[in-house]
Design a protein around this ligand. Structure first.
Ligand code: PLP
Length: 358
């Protein structure tokens, strides 16, 4: 077989995005914000946005991400999750009609100083126990009062859960109490990420913020998106670029972390840690090749990794190799490595080609 190309590819099933969004519509009657920061969790903004046309808003982390997104959609609300950091960014946000999170005094001062003619959607961030961005509930009370005096600021409230993957945790219960207080203020509010929605912690009327779940990936350890009726959007794959039979006692790759115990047929796959496949010290990972699960042998290199082909003599160079996807959930890979799947999907590098299937 002619190999033809190295083959490192992220194949995206666009239809699965729409499908997953519809699954979340069934779980949540209120508005849905699609969180597409970090280039849509490594999927590529331009590939993702057309399939998410029916969301109620988008959210991103940086002004650059917001501008890239605005070029793809002129009509959607775009929420800047960390707000703006200077007057230039504020001016851009006004022109482009971005929604701003405000979480520090300096950001409140910036929006309070705006002339009456400049209207703005503002999300005041309340730290209900996440220990990250936001004001304490009592500080928030004070700031809400101040900001309500400015009619051009359309005020919303946002909080974030630290353990929405642990619905029974004491911290979750405490944060839910603060959320009750936020709800009582009569302003639009947003509390929940994917894990909170999957764990039924979300409020029916809130603006949920769904990131990883839209990509068909579960944030709950020990589960995969498929357990919640979600379909993975990304399949990471490459090709076998070489096969060979090596002698017994042969070290495979750097540090000879795997040594053959018999004469063994191996395949070299054109993908490595510089493409975004994780480097690891010790884990028994597998790749899926022509319907078979094959062990990854030894250490992952920058550009290549080695798989065991001893049980599948018919597999030759040029064959497709799936590193994660429908039949090899990225959640399982993350769990085997004591990582979170977010890091894996966000870590796809520029060298990997994207192919979009409708
Ligand atoms: C990234 C992010 C989300 C989305 O989280 P997922 O776990 O991917 O659903 C929601 N809210 C905030 C503030 C975030 O930063």
């Amino acid at each position: 077989m002619n190999v033809r190309e190295r083959g490192a590819k992220a194949v995206l099933k666009q239809a699965n995005l729409t499908y997953n969004l519809n699954q979340f519509r069934k779980l949540h009657p209120g508005p849905i914000t699609a969180v597409v920061k970090a280039d849509a969790y490594g999927h590529g903004l331009e590939h993702v946005i057309p399939a998410l046309n029916s969301v109620d808003a988008f959210a991103v982390a940086t002004i650059e991400e917001a501008l890239e997104l605005r070029a793809l959609t002129s009509k959607h609300r775009i929420i800047l999750l960390e707000g703006v950091f200077n007057d230039e960014e504020l001016a851009v946000a006004l022109t482009q009609q971005f929604d701003l999170v405000v979480h520090q005094e300096y950001q409140i001062a910036m929006v309070m100083a705006l002339p009456d003619t400049k209207s703005l959607n503002v999300w005041l961030k309340v730290d209900t126990g996440m220990g990250r961005l936001g004001f304490t509930p009592s500080q928030a009370k004070h700031h809400i009062k101040r900001m309500m005096t400015r009619a051009q600021l359309s005020l919303h409230l946002m909080s974030h859960m630290a353990q929405s993957d642990q619905p029974l945790a004491i911290q979750t219960q405490q944060q839910q109490k603060h959320n009750e207080w936020i709800k009582s203020l009569g302003l639009p509010y947003s509390f929940s990420n994917t894990a909170a929605v999957l764990n039924r912690l979300s409020d029916a009327n809130e603006w949920v913020r769904i990131g990883i779940g839209l990509f068909g990936v579960s944030p709950l350890v020990g589960t995969s998106g498929q357990d919640f009726g979600l379909k993975p959007v990304m399949q990471l794959q490459s090709k076998i670029i070489a096969t060979k039979v090596v002698d017994k006692g042969c070290g495979i790759g750097y540090g000879a972390q795997y040594v053959t115990t018999r004469e063994q047929r191996i395949g070299v796959v054109g993908i490595g840690y510089a493409d975004g496949y994780p480097w690891f010290k010790k884990a028994s990972l597998q790749a899926r090749i022509a319907g078979h699960y094959c062990d990854v042998l030894g250490r992952v290199s920058m550009d290549m990794l080695v798989v065991d082909l001893s049980e599948v003599p018919e597999i030759e160079a040029g064959e497709d190799v799936v590193l994660w996807g429908e039949e090899l959930p990225v959640e399982n890979l993350a769990m085997a490595l004591d990582m979170i799947p977010y890091v894996l999907i966000c870590g796809i590098s520029k060298r990997v080609k994207y192919r979009v299937n409708q």
